[in-house]
Design a protein. Structure first.
Length: 429
């Protein structure tokens, strides 16, 4: 006899004995989820969260009403950062089952690596684990190289090296090439660039303790970019795609970078450091320079970059910035198709003038009251994209991680954004 609780879907309103508009009720045969709300998938996700919160960890989705999206919604709500939860289902067709398994493979990897402590996920480990994960999905079509430690200086990747030099753990850059064409000279369609700060203390611009509790998740952009490529590969994309992860640990020591330091980048731009806690943009700059050198049609960078974006959008949407309106619309449509949150925030030429420096080409932060921090951070990145007006977009990944649970999500990593990226990387445009 199965120890799993059966969970059914119902279009009927719950009996009033369970309370007005009850979402979940219980009968002898199992739990009943009542889909009387305007958004059934959101209701199903909330039901999954409610059952997990009640300690119901093993469930079987029963009845004929379950389909791909409803099963996915339930899993999103039911899973949490700890092991032990199990959801069993049946009845999907071969293609739908393959899609569901591909989503689970990609997002489970993303969630696991974000949720793990920084003591385990060090910069070089993040790069290596991402490389091996993607290679395991398409071993004949994937090659990668990891540059770390002082080798970064030899190649001119001064941003990554500078941010990570205060740590005992070596910084690293992953350069991965997914090339299913079989042609070594095939053009690169898309470069994905991920911020991989495996722990962010803020450096000498030290964060308060409460602000550091989630900083193991500051590599969420790298995880999201890796997961998006993984799902795109599983969905069969035939585009040549390069993944660049910029991995470092931002710590305090006698070697750490300081306010007033100036970084000279490979493209000749100089940057004065006015805040060591604005480090993500400093490592991404190296990745964007490398991405531009590959002459791709599209560059997408993903980063848990600013508190400003999170203050604007909370955890339910990633923030989108781009000068390329057609590309932005494609991304927004992809998010809509995949039922994920993505919302545009402003990015204009005048934002590029908001980071002046007396000693360098620009500073790494905007200074003054009421300045749009998320927009100026995106504008900073534009200085390192060769053709920033065309084919580039920046995702400030506000929804990759939740410090506390709510009625739809458990605490920890969400995997949000993986489906959107995979959709953008698909062969259909």
């Amino acid at each position: 006899m199965s120890a799993n609780m059966f969970v059914f879907l119902s279009q009927e309103v719950a009996d009033e004995k369970w309370g007005k508009n009850a979402l979940v009720t219980f009968e002898a045969k199992g739990a009943m989820v009542h889909l009387t709300a305007e958004n059934p998938l959101a209701a199903i996700q909330r039901a999954g969260r409610k059952l997990d919160a009640q300690g119901i960890k093993q469930v079987t989705l029963a009845g004929d009403e379950w389909d791909l999206e409803s099963i996915w919604a339930f899993i999103q709500g039911h899973r949490n950062a700890k092991s032990g939860n199990e959801v069993v289902w049946s009845g999907l067709g071969e293609e739908e089952e393959a899609e569901l398994q591909a989503r689970l493979t990609a997002t489970n990897w993303v969630r696991e690596i974000i949720n793990q402590p920084a003591e385990i996920v060090r910069p070089s480990q993040l790069a290596a684990r991402a490389g091996e994960f993607i290679k395991s999905l398409a071993p004949e079509h994937v090659t990668y190289k990891i540059i770390k430690g002082n080798d970064l200086l030899d190649e001119g990747w001064n941003g990554i090296h500078t941010v990570g030099r205060g740590s005992e753990r070596s910084s690293a850059m992953l350069r991965l090439d997914y090339n299913p064409t079989g042609d070594a000279d095939a053009p690169v369609h898309t470069c994905l660039v991920g911020k991989g700060i495996t722990f962010d203390s803020g450096g000498y611009s030290l964060k308060p303790s409460g602000g550091m509790t989630a900083m193991k998740a500051d590599m969420g952009g790298s995880a999201m970019a890796t997961g998006g490529l993984a799902l795109a590969i599983s969905r069969g994309t035939q585009k040549r795609i390069k993944l660049i992860l910029c991995c470092a640990e931002n710590m305090v020591s006698g070697r750490a970078f300081k306010l007033g330091d100036i970084i000279t980048y490979k493209n000749g731009k100089t940057v004065e450091i006015l805040n060591t806690d604005a480090e993500g943009r400093l490592v991404l700059a190296d990745g964007l320079i490398y991405a531009s050198s590959q002459n791709p049609e599209v560059i997408i960078d993903c980063a848990t970059l600013t508190g400003s974006a999170k203050n604007a959008l909370g955890n339910d949407y990633h923030a989108l910035f781009s000068f390329d309106h057609d590309l932005a619309q494609r991304a927004l449509m992809a998010a809509s198709d995949e039922l994920e949150g993505l919302w545009p925030l402003p990015l204009a030429d005048h934002h590029r003038a908001m980071m002046p420096s007396n000693f360098a080409d620009l500073s790494n932060v905007s200074m003054g009251d009421f300045l749009p921090g998320a927009s100026t951070a995106a504008a900073f990145l534009s200085y390192f994209v060769e053709d920033y007006k065309n084919g580039w977009m920046h995702i400030d990944a506000s929804g990759t991680y939740r410090k506390t649970a709510n009625d739809k999500w458990g605490a920890g990593a969400t995997g949000m954004g993986v489906r959107t990226l995979a959709n953008i990387l698909s062969d259909e445009e």
